[in-house]
Design a binder for this molecule. Sequence first.
Ligand code: 3H9
Length: 690
Amino acid sequence: MSDFVKVSRDGDVAVVTIDNPPVNALSFHVREPLMQALVELRDDASVAAIVIACAGRTFVAGADITEFGKPMQQPELRAIVAVLETIAKPTVAAIHGTALGGGLELALGCHFRVADAGAKLGLPEVKLGLLPGGGGTVRLPRLVGAVKALRMIVSGTPIGATEAHAAGLVDAVFEGDLTTHAVNFAREIARKGGPFTPVRDRNEGLKETDLVALDAEAADLARKARGLEAPIACALSVRNAVTLPFDAALAAERALFVKLVGSDQSRAQRHLFFAEREAAKVSGKDIVKRRIARVGVIGAGTMGGGIAMAFANGGYPVTLLETSHEALQRGLATIDRNYSVSVTRGSLSEVAKRERLAQFKGSTDYADLADCDLIVEAVFEDMAVKKEVFGKLEAVAKPGAILATNTSYLDINEIAASTSRPQDVLGLHFFSPANVMKLLEIVRADKTAPDALATVVDLARRIGKVAVVVGVCHGFVGNRMLAARGSESEALLLEGATPSQIDQVFTDFGWPMGPFQMGDLAGLDIGWRNRKARGLSAVIADTLCEQGRFGQKTGRGFYLYEAGARTPVPDPEVEALICDKAAEKGIAPRAISAEEIIERTLYPLVNEGAKILEEGIAARASDIDVVWVNGYGFPIGKGGPMFWAGLEGPAKIIERLEYWHQRTGKDVFKPAPLLKQMAETGSWNGDAIA
Ligand code: 3H9
């Protein structure tokens, strides 16, 4: 019928196959022929049943996200589902791969759903700042119950075929040729005879819904939404499915969808969806990658242990190296304990834990790294120490092995130049805890070989990391911008703000925590050590460290923490210390507004991002957004600092930066030329803000 939708016959069963690579999104060029095919098959008396299946690697993975924000071309998905529900003969969705978003909504328009044993089903629209707009919030609860539907829709996390079967979402699970199974299933159902009830008229899942429990769960989710509108809309729409007649609930869902799809939050989240995929693309895609069969990690401390776990979790055998037997045993014991916590929480089975632990080989002998294809060092952050490690590596690593440093700040070109194989040297900057945090900055040094770079980009995806390739500079993209954000925090304290006031402005903005809470969590001693090494100072933070106040780990930092607790309690002693230091410097305290806090912390963040782009340290503005959202908690609803700059208005940012530059003379406020260019063109180096 069309290149994208084909109809075939297996006896009296019609099979409609959607073929729209790569993920069978419901683009206009799919919807139009699909609608036409369904209408024709509905009216064809020789057809006893209809199967909807997909070619390629997956069932429909959703609406075509690239179409959002443009005028929607008819027919819309809702109209297709409405036609499906007028078909009297049985309709069966044959699901393999992933049935996501509009894909699952299409399947919910069918009378029956059968799935391959490995299939996944979900409504992830919330991750794009949306709610399911094709009837998902109204139909799913009718099958699986309101509470389960609420959890699936608000989390956006898909469930497996077996769980979907148990929940009543899927009618049969098959292994082997799914289309053949689906055709046989459809024929058998047709033979038994109808009537066949569309999901809109079923209500087994809605019976006995406990609205009080549903509301309690929704209230809890709303608290965790941190200013995001979509999770709240999702919860409301599921509630409507319970309390309103079907058509009224469907209309309400539509109204919410239309509002969200035009919102800045959804634009921001859609921007991030494509930004993450773009960031993983490096030029020279066809380069032959190096084979990575075993990974070596040097250092079994918090960072090294976490990195080793990240590789083991991704299925790679790991050789973990330490300087002494005791340190090695300590590191391995911590890894064992971390996995045990996952088992206790139910996120890992005992068997899986044993399998992961079996991936580790501990050693204190560099010679044991000889069979590793990638070696990551995570030793003390000191150039001399790093060079010594690379010197030892050179002697034992096999030719072509990739030699990576996990440095957060040091010059990787200098490390590479100290070896005879700089083409094999690069940075893998993991974020702590490395087995949990998604972000991985891959640092390309001047002489890093393209195939070494392509290999680690691919490897990052395999171990579930969001990778961004960056260039060499102090702190790379993330920590360099963090320094620009942080430089004014201390000054604001001395001028009259309190740590809790500043942190509150950040959490109101949507950050999970503010800079002082973050410092306390990470350990204030880390920044202190780094400042001392560079001859820098931060009067308040340094004094706290001198007093042994390192943050949560010592129960005291910018805040107080009760034993074992993580809740920060403002400490009058810290506020007194700030007053004393301000008085010493002759600074009279004044009232500081939330706007000033934003202007002096987040505008320099954007400005530094612009400088990073100018210097080519990041290839795209969207790469910077990916770094900040995945590594530093920049609110997803604002799309990352560079996207947010577009929302905030670059002209306004420049005007306020110039004001603060004039007042303070500080470099962080001097507007970058690229920021000015952005204000004139509306794009960062040609990348238009969505
Ligand atoms: C929705 O359905 C709304 C409805 O409720 C209401 C309608 C009225 N559209 O991720 P990958 C591209 S909202 C357009 O690398 P994987 C992607 O950009 C949607 N393009 O593959 C990439 O392009 P490129 C709800 C899409 O195997 C390529 O496909 N659905 C879409 O790692 C490969 O993607 C979702 O949110 C799309 N929907 O993962 C699901 N999806 O090669 C979103 C992908 O040029 N998709 N692309 O960079 C996913 O989660 C993953 O793509 C998936 C495959 C798990 C399917």
